[in-house]
Design a protein around this ligand. Structure first.
Ligand code: DLL
Length: 441
């Protein structure tokens, strides 16, 4: 199902012409209204009307999260506040949040993109969407909400948390779709089982899950536990919120980026050089229709690659691969780059372990030490005769698998079922004590 055939299946040539036209008018807008961008464009020696093709984009400067922070809170808005009808902010773990604003038209654009996204996930007007993304400054809740209303679905604005209540409502209102983070979808299944409710027996048929990295193994786990189709949705507040890209139901291989609104590039995060299609690197996005808060070549810090091959669904929009992780979440252990989602894959493929884990990194005698804490399954835990030796063989297997993947030794610590923290929103997977140590110095 395609919400907007005209744009979503536009021939590439026409799409690229539209992108160039929109890019130029976006540049005119930021040049005229935002001193920060005017300065950066002047420094780069480019004027908006010198942009003739998409290749010219490479001559333009990047925008980083630090630039947004330096202009906190409203310094990069292109319109006076009386034209801003909504403000959101990204959580951020430390310091001030990143603030973004929307004009009335931006809110409409966002609703359109979320309408496209939900339809791509196989959701329509007859669906009942339980929207368990947080409502508030986080973009997840309201982003999904407006798109759901636009396609005429019934939306339950339940927000995150209160798992037992979520399950009661899911059953009583007969929700057919759930929107939340993958880690919360998994946690809800667990609570359902604890409450004696069979997650496979609900009316749910699809989950639109995102806002954090997750592995293919995690998808399978969620799909099996709930008997649903789990669709990956990507976005970030700085660009618009959820609805930057989404998987379609055709094969679930890559997320279509809505290129009539966003121009994606992949760069080498170290050199800033643009990489060809197919290579992994940092995703950079330029918004070309946003009014209040456009961003030029924004460095998302998310690692992925672009997949240009046409998709069976008929959309002509390029796909991005699932996000492997963020450059700032990437662990460097004794010089080796590791994304938590890669450890997740190894855990889920190990029999007897649950997909609940925490990675703890420390430094002992100048050496990086990585410990993977992971829950054993209830079943295994209660099988008495099998205890110590059985558990040891599982932790050794995981240690060996990780060693094979990365060439480094890790410690696997198996913990009791349900003893690690659960998350209602974005999961936290890493405790890096080296950072604390460095900060204290
Ligand atoms: O997480 C927006 C969102 C809400 C997306 C609901 C999807 C669903 P932020 O809080 O600004 O916005 O966080 C954005 O989250 O740069 C990625 O690192 C990560 N992220 C978002 N979606 C995915 C995904 C929302 N599908 C940051 N896979 C982004 C992996 C994701 N990481």
């Amino acid at each position: 199902m395609i919400w907007n055939e005209e744009y979503e299946t536009m021939p590439r040539e026409a799409l690229e012409a539209l992108q160039v036209k929109r890019l130029r008018s976006m540049l005119e807008r930021i040049y005229a209204t935002v001193p920060f961008y005017r300065r950066k464009l002047d420094e780069a020696g480019v004027t908006p009307d010198s942009i003739k093709s998409l290749e010219d984009l490479q001559r333009l400067p990047f925008t980083t999260k630090d630039d947004l922070r330096d202009n906190y809170p409203f310094g990069l808005f292109t319109v006076p506040l009386h034209q801003v009808v909504r403000i959101h902010a990204s959580s951020g773990t430390t310091g001030k949040p990143t603030v973004v604003g929307y004009t009335r038209r931006d809110v409409e654009t966002w609703a359109e993109l979320m309408a496209r996204s939900l339809m791509a996930a196989g959701i329509g007007k007859d669906d009942i969407i339980q929207n368990a993304y947080g409502y508030g400054l986080f973009t997840g809740g309201l982003g999904v909400h407006y798109g759901a209303e636009k396609i005429g679905a019934t939306v339950i604005p339940i927000s995150g948390g209160q798992s037992k209540r979520q399950l009661m409502i899911m059953r009583d209102f007969q929700s057919t779709a759930i929107t939340c983070t993958p880690s919360y979808a998994l946690h809800l299944a667990e609570v359902a089982e604890e409450e004696g409710m069979n997650p496979k027996g609900t009316k749910l048929k699809v989950g639109v899950l995102g806002a954090e990295p997750w592995s293919e193994e995690m998808r399978k786990e969620i799909e099996n536990r709930w008997n649903i189709n789990a669709i990956d949705i990507y976005g970030l507040s700085e660009i618009i919120g959820p609805g930057v890209s989404i998987e379609c139901t055709e094969g679930k291989h890559g997320l279509h980026i809505f290129e009539d609104h966003f121009i994606p590039e992949i760069i080498d995060p170290d050199t800033g050089e643009v990489l060809p299609y197919g290579e992994y690197g940092e995703l950079v996005i330029t918004t070309i229709t946003k009014e209040a808060f456009p961003v030029l070549r924004y460095r998302t810090r998310d690692i992925t690659r672009l997949i240009p091959e046409p998709c069976r669904c008929g959309r002509t929009m390029v796909r991005m691969d699932r996000v492997r992780g963020r450059t700032d979440d990437m662990l460097i252990i004794r010089g080796v780059n590791i994304f938590p989602s890669q450890i997740e894959e190894a855990i889920i493929s190990t029999e007897g372990l649950e997909p609940h884990y925490m990675i703890v990194v420390d430094r002992e005698e100048n050496l990086d030490i990585m410990e993977v804490q992971v829950e054993v399954s209830e079943e295994l835990f209660h099988k008495v005769g099998d205890t110590v030796r059985g558990l040891q063989s599982i932790s050794r297997k995981l240690e060996k698998d990780i060693k094979e993947m990365f060439g480094i030794s890790v410690r696997v610590k198996m913990v009791e079922p349900k003893s690690l923290q659960r998350f209602e929103g974005k999961a936290k997977r890493v405790i890096d004590n080296r950072k604390i140590f460095n900060n204290q110095k």
